[in-house]
Design a protein around this ligand. Structure first.
Ligand code: GLU
Length: 386
């Protein structure tokens, strides 16, 4: 679907139908009531919305907060919690949260898969490739990943702490083209609505300017961590990754259906598409950590849009880790492509020139057969021309 069909003339999205893969982030305050615990009716209605999307073949990933909030409610914890108490609450709450999602989605025959991530999983490239392939495998199997931060043992320094930014990273990692942040507010205002100042709703953001940043206030509710600041930080990640983002209210039931019908929200509209953004990131942003020299057969395969297989790689230079960017060169030194390499340099050296079938025997583990998967590869002709 072309970018154009997604957007109305005023710049806002026509709904969710124009997107292929959508990440939905749900704030704690929507799912968990401080007094009554899990809001089951709300969750069931949201599962109806998800089923509406999956029925039209939109890939859906859910980033669900609520582990700490639900754990507090199950354990009857009151007041401000110490770090270890919130982590214990997250542990109790996450198991309940996963069950709630799994039950709500199963009413539509949808299978849920729990994925708990840390910032390192989305930022360190070796782990990034693993998390990315787990998510895409779940989606291929028709399952809906239900994702949260792994809150139980992470320490403050290695936590996101808010699921807004985490959801934006997940969206980039999963090659989604849309991110919906459902919270208790229907978008960005010129001033925080609680501030008492005159505040106007902003329907469309095309770039995160200092003015936009100035409009963010602090977190609005006792249960959630994120406020407008983390939502705008998420918007920055989304726009840089070519992902459209909406901040919409989830207070009433069926918020996705409403958004799909053109309901009120703040839309962040990217100027790039996700594929171009990812290719620029691979070819332009990352510093190459090594080089692979390939034969003519591999060169022809690359030009035909195929993955780079170990059999065509004749030499390698540099010390690199799985997920690092590397340069792919012809034997005569011409740069052919750049990509994220699937093996570290030690393992790559052991399988140079090997047929795909022999790889598992040599390395002692199986699974991957490409040196660089075609989705992680950018041909030099593509980036030199830009
Ligand atoms: N990961 C936290 C939880 O599930 C929530 C973080 C947030 O509110 O953004 O409780």
């Amino acid at each position: 679907m072309s970018m154009r069909t997604r957007w109305r003339e005023d710049g806002c999205a026509t709904g969710l139908a124009g997107f292929r893969r959508v990440v939905i982030k749900i704030g704690s305050a929507l799912l968990v009531d401080q007094k009554d615990g899990l809001r089951e009716d709300w969750l069931n209605a949201l599962a109806d919305d998800v089923a509406m999307l999956t029925a039209r073949r939109t890939g859906v990933l859910i980033v669900s907060s609520g582990a700490i909030a639900l754990g507090r409610s199950v354990l009857g914890l009151k007041g401000k919690l110490k770090l270890e108490e919130s982590q214990a609450a997250a542990s109790v709450g996450q198991i309940a949260l996963a069950r709630a999602w799994s039950q709500a989605l199963s009413r539509h025959g949808i299978v849920a898969g729990q994925v708990l991530v840390t910032p390192a999983d989305t930022e360190e490239r070796r782990r990034y490739l693993n998390a990315r392939s787990t998510l895409s495998t779940l989606l291929k199997m028709g399952a809906v990943p239900v994702i949260n931060e792994n809150d139980t043992i992470a320490t403050t320094e290695i936590r996101y702490g808010d699921n807004d930014r985490l959801a934006a990273r997940v969206a980039a990692m999963a090659s989604a083209d849309c991110l919906v942040l459902l919270s208790d507010i229907d978008g960005l205002y010129t001033a925080p609505p609680a501030s008492g100042r005159e505040a106007h709703h902003i329907p469309l953001v095309r770039a995160i300017t200092p003015e936009i940043e100035g409009m963010a206030g602090e977190a609005g509710s006792g249960l959630s961590r994120g406020g407008m600041i983390t939502k705008i930080a998420a918007g920055r990640i989304a726009l840089a990754s070519g992902i459209a983002m909406a901040i919409a209210s989830g207070r009433d039931i069926n918020p996705l259906r409403r958004l799909d019908e053109g309901g009120r929200a703040t839309w962040f509209q990217p100027t790039l598409d996700p594929t171009t953004a990812r290719k620029r990131w691979i070819a332009g942003t990352l510093s190459p950590m090594g080089m692979l020299q390939v034969d003519e057969g591999a060169e022809a395969a690359l030009k035909a849009g195929k993955s780079l297989l170990p059999v065509g790689v004749k030499k390698l230079h540099g010390a690199f880790s799985r997920g690092d960017a590397v340069i792919v060169q012809a034997m005569d030194g011409r740069e052919l492509a750049r990509g994220l390499v699937a093996f570290d340099s030690a393992d790559a050296a052991r399988i140079l020139g090997c047929n795909s079938t022999g790889i598992a025997d040599i390395l002692g583990y199986g699974g991957r057969t490409e040196m660089i998967h075609r989705d992680d590869l950018v041909l030099a002709t593509k980036f030199e021309g830009e």
